[in-house]
Write a protein that binds this ligand. Structure first.
Ligand code: ZN
Length: 128
């Protein structure tokens, strides 16, 4: 059994854990006092962009704890971006590579379903 969750194995519990991951991410954003909310339009697309930008910062800060990823980035940032997606799809799920917001949610899902057997990157998300 590979580490991480394969989309093919998705159950209702996985869906709940995945959506809870999005909720946890929104909660992190809303509690981040460094963000200025005064100029935010409460437009769904703007909130989605904020969610994904915030998720991208989280995904990169976790992935860049791996020296191999730093080396890959330094060698070729464009190649790193492509390889990052492939790496995430291979270690968590195909869906996790779709957008950074989905990566964060699938990391939550992985820990919820697999506990101590979750991927190392997934475990990092719970330290935030
Ligand atoms: Zn999702």
């Amino acid at each position: 059994m590979p580490k991480g969750i394969l989309v093919e194995c998705t159950t209702p519990d996985n869906v709940v854990a995945h959506e809870s991951g999005h909720a946890a991410l929104y909660s992190l954003i809303l509690n981040d006092e460094s963000l200025d909310w005064n100029y935010l339009l409460y437009d769904e697309r703007e909130v989605d962009r904020l969610h994904d930008a915030y998720a991208a910062a989280i995904v990169n800060s976790i992935i860049m704890k791996d020296p191999a990823m730093i080396e890959m980035y330094n060698a070729d940032p464009w190649m790193y971006a492509a390889k990052k997606v492939g790496f995430i799809q291979g270690s968590i799920s195909k869906y996790a590579g779709r957008r950074d917001g989905e990566t964060v949610s699938e990391w939550f899902n992985d820990v919820s379903a697999n506990g101590e057997n979750a991927d190392d990157f997934s475990e990092e998300i719970h330290k935030l």
